[in-house]
Design a protein around this ligand. Structure first.
Ligand SMILES: Cc1ncc(COP(=O)(O)O)c(C=O)c1O
Length: 469
């Protein structure tokens, strides 16, 4: 057989050159793919970003242009793209055992991972139920907390209580206990009807006022519990940081008061640490800052360093015991997902925990987080910046039409999109939440990269508002 020389075959050469253009991949993608959380018509004017490879905090397109991933690819990446330690662990596990049914079978990575998670988690969370993405973990937590009371002979406890502006995912149960109209409203006829109290939102307040504001907001929660506790199976909330709700933050005292009130009223507490977990808020888990143990804690996203989908729902022993019975009593939790406890995902999670152990990541992040904040201080003088806030490795800048009068920009003006487009031109992937621009980079970001990212953020504020500093 005659093999043509690749470089002299005109067809091959044309294919190679096409494949190295972004347009080629954009066209092929848009022919069939429906992207998540996207109005696809936008891509008639806003180019899709085809990514060929990643390394550290950088993503690279097919034409060799690099973009700093300031959003950790939907808040999942913590130790950088293509991290060699995690990549190797995945490769090795794939050759040993890629997957096995997790009902009736088990395997080494999941057992070791469970032991390590239980050691790291707030004390008392000693049982782990696995799922394969954040929303699925929330579904597990919701079903389990209702079922727990059912098994205790209290099936009337079927309502959930939550705080406004929360987000817990897109499946129907998770969507129901969230409070973001943009995702939820259209489906409301299909959804459970939780009780919602005003969130302890500290937006616009100086740090020294956060505690008092969070305490004051707790009065709503206390009242809702006092009036409805006999119907409520669980309170669910994002501890300290409401990510999808615009990176809103509050003081740990709210969690302390909530833990105490849940105990007093006999209601379960579900902490959704899917986004806040694994160091984002400065501690490994946000609940640590309030020194509390929730009854149920949902983990996902950063658990595998951002490589693979995996979720873990950590529970107190008494919940587990409420299901532990003779099969014929019908008290079992018959919930499953095909990829539950996937061995390769567990190997990625173990490698991620190794990286936390290998260096004082959280200590380094304190310095990095402070640097992010220091770099954007000039924005405090900007007439359309309503707030700059930070918790750990998350920093948000909120744009407003008139901060003095608390007037937001109309959402139809899509100011955040202008910021996004400017940042892309400059080589950074900032993906604002409405009018909230934020930086939530992988922890491997270095000082020069922080300075570049924050510089682009400041320029993006100017472009989005049309007002220079
Ligand atoms: C706090 C929180 N809970 C749940 C979810 C849902 O996770 P997933 O997107 O993996 O379903 C998210 C996703 O952003 C989240 O931020």
């Amino acid at each position: 057989m005659h093999l043509m020389n690749r470089s002299t075959d005109p067809n091959t050469a044309e294919m190679v050159s096409k494949a190295s253009s972004n347009t080629h991949w954009q066209q092929r993608d848009l022919r069939h793919i429906w992207h998540p959380c996207t109005q696809m018509q936008d891509h008639e004017t806003i180019p899709l970003l085809p990514i060929k490879k990643g390394q550290g905090v950088w993503l690279e397109d097919f034409e060799g242009k690099r973009y700093l991933d300031a959003v950790s690819s939907w808040w999942v990446n913590i130790f950088g793209h293509a991290n060699p330690h995690i990549a190797q662990a995945i490769a090795e596990q794939a050759q040993q055992l890629e997957h096995v049914i997790f009902a009736g079978c088990s395997h080494e990575p999941v057992i070791t991972l469970t032991e390590r998670l239980v050691q790291l988690a707030p004390p008392g969370l000693e049982r782990v139920f696995f799922a394969d993405n954040g929303s699925a973990a929330v579904e597990v937590a919701l079903k389990l907390s209702y079922h727990y009371w059912y098994n205790q002979g209290q099936p009337k406890r079927h309502r959930y209580l939550t705080i406004s502006n929360g987000y817990h995912g897109e499946t129907l149960g998770a969507l129901a206990v969230g409070d973001l109209g943009i995702y939820r409203d259209i489906y409301s006829p299909l959804l459970l009807n939780p009780l919602v109290v005003p969130a302890p939102d500290c937006t616009g307040l100086p740090a020294e006022q956060w505690e008092a504001a969070s305490r004051a907001a707790f009065l709503h929660m206390e009242q809702a519990l006092a009036e409805n506790h006999q119907d409520i199976c669980a309170v669910i909330l994002e501890p300290l940081l409401q990510c999808a709700g615009g990176m809103r933050m509050y003081h740990p005292v709210y969690l302390k008061l909530l833990r105490e009130a849940c105990d007093r009223y006999g209601v379960l507490l579900i902490a959704d640490e899917i986004a806040s977990g694994f160091g984002r808020t400065g501690t490994l888990f946000a609940c640590e800052q309030a020194d509390i143990t929730p009854d149920i804690m949902c983990l996902s996203k950063g658990i595998t360093g951002g490589f693979l989908p995996l979720a873990a729902v950590l529970l107190k022993e008494n919940l587990y015991q409420a299901f532990y019975e003779d099969y014929n009593k019908g008290r079992s939790f018959l919930h499953s997902h095909s990829y539950t406890g996937n061995p390769i995902a567990c190997a990625a999670a173990l490698a991620t925990l190794d990286l936390f152990e290998a260096t004082p990541v959280l200590d380094h992040n304190q310095i990095k987080g402070q640097r992010m904040e220091d770099q954007v201080q000039a924005l405090r003088q900007h007439p359309h910046v309503g707030d700059i806030r930070r918790l750990g490795m998350v920093m948000a800048v909120e744009l407003m039409a008139d901060p003095q009068k608390d007037t937001p920009y109309p959402w139809q003006e899509r100011r955040g999109l202008k910021a996004y487009q400017h940042a892309i031109k400059r080589g950074a992937l900032l993906r604002p939440l409405g009018n909230v621009l934020y930086c939530m980079p992988p922890y491997v970001i270095d000082n020069d990269e922080i300075d570049f990212m924050t510089q682009v953020l400041m320029e993006s504020v100017e472009v989005a508002t049309g007002v220079a500093l």
